[in-house]
Design a protein around this ligand. Structure first.
Ligand code: ZN
Length: 94
């Protein structure tokens, strides 16, 4: 599991290298109310842009090839059942 903060370049490089991976989008100060799960290839999180939209401006990303790692992350921010506040309906990772 890797977290990206203010590093859109590193984040995009990880997505490119891990097309089968998963991403959780959380606020910069992650809390249980907002943790959205996507697949690495989802167009909502993987359109190149240069405005720090992905890991700056109040958000950061936590990524892994193993969805169970991200469930553990969800628990670590107070989602005790290891669920996500939202699962993207476009890329449908679950
Ligand atoms: Zn998605």
């Amino acid at each position: 599991m890797i977290g990206f903060v203010d590093d859109d370049g590193g984040y995009m490089a990880w997505l490119t290298a891990h097309p089968g991976g998963f991403v959780v989008n959380v606020r910069s100060t992650a809390g249980p109310g907002y943790a959205v799960l996507h697949r690495a290839g989802c167009r909502f999180i993987y359109v190149p842009r240069d405005d720090r939209a992905y890991t700056g401006r109040g958000y950061r990303k936590v990524v892994s090839d193993d969805i169970d790692d991200l469930r553990a992350f969800a628990r670590s921010i107070g989602r005790w059942d290891g669920s996500f506040s939202q699962v993207c309906g476009h890329c449908a990772p679950l």
